[in-house]
Design a protein around this ligand. Structure first.
Ligand code: ARG
Length: 462
């Protein structure tokens, strides 16, 4: 069969294999709202620039609105022969209002700038939706942080016990990661805020158009200054894919810890029944599937980023059909991010923190050792390296006795450099509050960190 949109110069008909292979309709029909919005703004600009008349504009507007209605109601007949959403809508418009007028919509426009514009509108919208969910997630983290300023837990390096911290301090670390994610999205948004519409095939148009008008009708801050770049650029999609990839680096680390912490080995937390799953064979099982899925989905979103980077690599300017492969991964990453952030937030709101178990875990691994070394430096002016060695000996002695240094009654019996007052160091709450540097684990510092995040949420408009 012959394609009605571009078959003027063709004598032969398209193979049905080509029709299927060439079509992107099943993927890009997701862009129908953006496409109609883009066309409405383009038509308005054509009218304002006296390229079409009032009647023509009115007919186009009515037709496009009807098409939007049809698609939303599920009445629109999608046909793969139309190739993509842009042609499907334009063809339907000509059926509704006649091709005399319908055929004018594509004046001073090409599918190349049309698809770039639609895609950019989708990316901008998704960017804001993800920012909103990140804000909600930070809010949940703040609530946990405010409740658990005195909930003491071990921290880890190499997954070995390191120092005592509070659960607030620990969870706030994620709050600041998600804050950076919002900032990263904001900076990508700014870069994406320039309209390619009116770039046409690649060289602009001989009509006196007003690209700034259609850009501002679409909510863009400005226009892309070079038409060839306008139709070739997919940085905005890559930026979003990268931003999502980093978000998943963060959520996968958090989820990994929630999985570990809910195991019977750690038993620091439990995930509520509403976000846990059972086993078909083992009746006792309660599995952290949500966390595992978010961790697993990280693979997809990294893959989508690498996939588009590879598609774009070394492509000659301007548009190439390779670029039709740009959308599926972005749609997938956006949906994955929206779904995952939403469920992660809901799950965290219901998480149960097992304070006693966390405190009990602190009694292993000699978490207070660094505090003892710092004491010797501060009180006895012993160089840190030497103090480190002395405390190392204390640890070795305690290990031989089968105790943790937090159980020592009198430090002087272990090393004569310790005075009576050193025994006060053998408390975890004290250990937190000994840290006075900015950003540290002390309750005071945690309160400052909570304020910083609260202020960020208040000041951040999305
Ligand atoms: N379906 C195409 C895409 O998504 C639209 C652009 C078509 N442009 C062209 N020159 N064939 O990339």
């Amino acid at each position: 069969m012959k394609n009605e949109m571009w078959s003027g110069r063709f004598e032969g008909v398209s193979s049905s294999l080509l029709e299927e292979f060439n079509a992107s309709l099943n993927v890009d029909k997701q862009l129908f709202k953006e496409d109609i919005k883009g066309s409405l703004s383009h038509a308005k600009m054509l009218y304002e620039c006296k390229i079409i008349n009032q009647n023509e504009f009115n007919a186009i507007e009515t037709g496009l609105k009807q098409i939007q209605n049809e698609i939303e109601k599920g009445d629109f007949k999608f046909d793969i022969k139309d190739e993509d959403i842009h042609m499907a809508i334009e063809k339907r418009l000509s059926v509704l209002i006649g091709s005399e007028i319908g055929g004018k919509l594509h004046t001073a426009r090409s599918r190349n700038d049309q698809v770039a514009t639609d895609f950019k509108l989708f990316v901008k919208k998704s960017n804001l939706e993800i920012q909103l969910l990140l804000k909600e997630l930070i809010n949940t983290i703040l609530n946990l942080a405010k409740t658990h300023k005195h909930t003491i837990m071990p921290s880890f390096t190499h997954l070995q016990h390191a120092q005592a911290v509070s659960f607030s301090f620990y969870i706030l670390a994620y709050g600041f990661m998600f804050l950076r994610d919002i900032k990263r999205l904001k900076s990508s948004y700014k870069l994406a805020d320039f309209s390619p519409l009116g770039s046409c095939a690649l060289a602009g148009t001989s009509y006196e158009t007003d690209r700034n008008l259609s850009a501002s009708l679409l909510g863009f801050k400005g226009i892309m200054p070079n038409a060839m770049d306008g139709v070739s650029d997919r940085d905005f999609a890559l930026d979003l894919l990268y931003d999502i990839a980093i978000i998943f680096t963060h959520t996968s680390r958090l989820c990994e810890e929630l999985i570990l912490f809910s195991s019977s080995e750690f038993d620091f937390i439990s995930i509520s029944d509403s976000f846990s799953t059972g086993s078909s064979i083992m009746p006792q099982k309660k599995n952290p599937d949500v966390c595992e899925l978010i961790r697993g989905k990280t693979g997809r979103v990294y893959g989508n980023l690498v996939s588009l980077l590879t598609i774009m690599k070394a492509l000659p300017l301007a548009y190439n059909k390779d670029m039709q492969e740009d959308k599926e991964g972005v749609f997938d990453s956006v949906k994955t991010a929206l779904d995952s952030l939403q469920i992660l937030n809901a799950m965290l709101q219901e998480i149960n923190i097992k304070k006693e178990n966390m405190l009990k875990a602190c009694q292993k691994g000699h978490l207070l050792a660094t505090d003892l070394a710092d004491y010797l430096v501060r009180k006895k002016n012993i160089p840190f390296r030497q103090a480190h060695f002395i405390v190392g000996k204390v640890v070795a002695k305690a290990e031989k006795e089968g105790i943790d240094i937090c159980e020592i009654k009198n430090l002087k019996q272990y090393d004569e450099n310790f005075d009576e007052d050193a025994n006060a160091l053998l408390s975890f709450e004290n250990s937190l509050n000994l840290k006075v540097s900015e950003g540290s684990s002390s309750v005071k510092s945690v309160e400052t960190q909570i304020k910083i995040l609260e202020n960020f949420l208040q000041e951040t408009k999305i």
